[in-house]
Ligand binder design. Structure first.
Ligand SMILES: [Zn+2]
Length: 378
């Protein structure tokens, strides 16, 4: 799996996470309070990111999860730093790089985090961790091999060390104490270069993605492209000035409990018996009405879903290049994006194990998409 992640081109952002498995559904708290800790290695000389940049990171990620959860999930932040600078570790990056303490099962970045969090405790007191649900350590770019051997990544969905603070234990593993991610190398400079938007977008993507792991989400196949935040690598869409985190796909939204598949006011389900149906869907982020349609085929393990994505609905859906109908196939736990259709697509055939479905007469009417689905054969 690691050879997939060797690219260091800035247009890609990669995330590594061990043991990425995903429960069928998660219990996600309505509100989460995060403590963001800024830290760097002894040999790092990156400038500390300006207040405006830090504030925009927090407000963007909060707004992202508020939007994706239909207003159900509120993420708030507070930050600690060393008087307007990073907390600095006792050793250079090479000391931690790839280090593995077999006795305690702590990797280099976990050792780094442990050391930094102890410095935070010494500086601000144990009470700083009291009202905190998650610790997010934001480091600088420590280069390849930092998290795991022979791979480069911009973040990790875990803390990597057990840390006791504020009367609780922040655990090392995924979905537990926290997460770790990197700022790009030029972040915080007062002379942003042409790539600064790309780097900011990368940072926003990484934080949103790693937080997704903390909530309990695993990786998606890259087949889902920009239609899922949890693909292993994000491929930025060049030329879109405001790109950043790709939205969560509708199935992860259901996994997190923000959309209920059994709620017939939100998910429209119909079977082959009623095939030749006109379907009306509201855009995926709509707070009311049907936002997802499911075709129940005789084979219970295979389902076809439809959703309507528009690029201009909010600050996050604008990573999509245009608007249209997305057609998803779910076989057991395997999810695939079969087709993306706009109004110019006429009479599209969708092949399933049970035969063919025809999708036709696609029309977009403001915040709705209307189309017909008909079964061609079994
Ligand atoms: Zn990941």
């Amino acid at each position: 799996m690691f050879n997939l992640i060797l690219s260091t081109m800035s247009i890609f952002t990669a995330c590594l996470a061990f043991f990425v498995t995903e429960a069928f559904s998660q219990t996600v708290p309505d509100s989460v309070h995060a403590l963001v800790v800024y830290a760097c290695d002894a040999d790092d000389h990156y400038r500390f990111p300006q207040q405006g940049m830090r504030d925009s990171l927090y407000s963007r990620i909060s707004s992202f999860y508020k939007t994706m959860s239909y207003g159900k999930h509120i993420l708030s932040f507070e930050e600690v730093h060393d008087n307007g600078r990073y907390f600095v570790s006792d050793h250079p990056a090479d000391y931690y790089r790839n280090h593995y303490d077999r006795k305690r099962h702590v990797r280099g970045f976990g050792m780094f985090n442990e050391e930094i969090l102890n410095k935070v405790k010494a500086r601000h007191g144990d009470a700083v961790f009291q009202s905190v649900d998650i610790v997010i350590v934001v480091g600088t770019d420590a280069g390849p091999d930092w998290y795991v051997r022979r791979a480069n990544a911009t973040g990790f969905g875990m803390l990597g060390c057990d840390f006791a603070g504020g009367g609780k234990l922040f655990k090392r593993g995924q979905r537990q104490g926290g997460l770790t991610f990197e700022m790009g190398s030029d972040v915080g400079t007062s002379n942003p270069d042409d790539d600064i938007l790309l780097k900011l977008a990368d940072i926003h993507w990484t934080m949103a993605h790693e937080y997704g792991h903390w909530l309990g989400l695993g990786h998606r196949s890259n087949n889902l492209g920009i239609y899922s935040l949890m693909t292993l690598r994000r491929q930025a869409v060049k030329g879109t000035p405001q790109f950043g985190p790709a939205p969560l796909d509708p199935f992860h939204i259901m996994t997190l409990g923000w959309l209920n598949e059994d709620d017939s006011s939100r998910v429209l389900a119909f079977s082959v018996d009623s095939m030749d149906k006109q379907v009306v869907l509201k855009q995926l982020r709509s707070l009311t009405g049907h936002v997802l349609a499911r075709v129940d085929l005789p084979n219970q393990r295979e389902h076809i879903y439809f959703s309507f994505h528009r690029h201009n609905d909010n600050a996050f859906d604008n990573v999509y290049l245009d608007q249209g109908l997305l057609i998803w196939q779910k076989k057991g736990v395997r999810l695939k994006l079969l087709r993306r259709l706009d109004e110019t697509a006429d009479h599209q055939l969708i092949h399933t194990r049970q035969g063919k479905l025809e999708v036709s007469k696609i029309r977009v009417l403001n915040d709705k998409i209307v189309f017909r689905v008909r079964q061609i054969s079994r």
